[in-house]
Ligand binder design. Sequence first.
Ligand code: CIR
Length: 267
Amino acid sequence: MMSNATSFTHAIVRAPAASVTDGLRAVDTGAPDAGQFAADHAVYVDALRATGAKIIALPALEDFPDSVFVEDAALCLPDGAVVLRPGAPSRMGEAAAMAPALRDIYERVATVERGHVEGGDILVTDREILVGLSARTDAQGVAELRIIVEEWGYTLRELQTPPDVLHFKTDCGLLDGETVLATERLAAAGCFADYRVITVEPGEEACANCVRFNDTVLFPKGFPLTAARLREAGYALTELPNEQAAKVDGGMSCLSLRFSPPAEPKE
Ligand code: CIR
């Protein structure tokens, strides 16, 4: 089933910088290979384009090793865009760098001015905006975001990202208007009580961060049991290489900002 929260006309991406090798990571398993990262990124962008999306491709920012993960800098909603405030000090400047692109597209652009919120902690469904508190997203930032989105008519629900998990969406992804793919640890926390939940196979937690984008689910390669579970449930998957991004804790959702503005965006 398609839903407003899974059907999009546009996506913003940013080319990976060569400095992506210095990207933040919780556990160092070696730096990503910048050339392979760029090749994988191109495959990801092609997959978005294949869904019919218009791609807004921003240039690499060498000063910000994690800037390829555009999702953390902004929230794009049908009614407007929000410039967020990343909690990682090295990523703060990514928000200001994203703002001009949002202003080119949206009439209405608001900014979180205090506290911290990263987009990886935000899951937008058809009925609400879920935001997980984490090491990157704090109560003050969520309170600021709440004021903005409630004024635009949305409902925001504050939740807790599991301890030691980078972002709320590290552990989940929206599959359709009422279905979420989630790790067992996040599902057990009860935040999806009003949704249908499909859990990832134990041992395959790293694939929970998937993205439903129009008719397909962008899904990392290498998680066959969960992939089979999703196909059995009727979802079409596009399996994409994610080894390089995974070395700096990145996944399917962080590489794009997905949206459908209310009217054709300003050209
Ligand atoms: C970071 O630690 O901020 C980056 N290396 C990874 C960000 C991943 N973003 C996301 O899941 N939304």
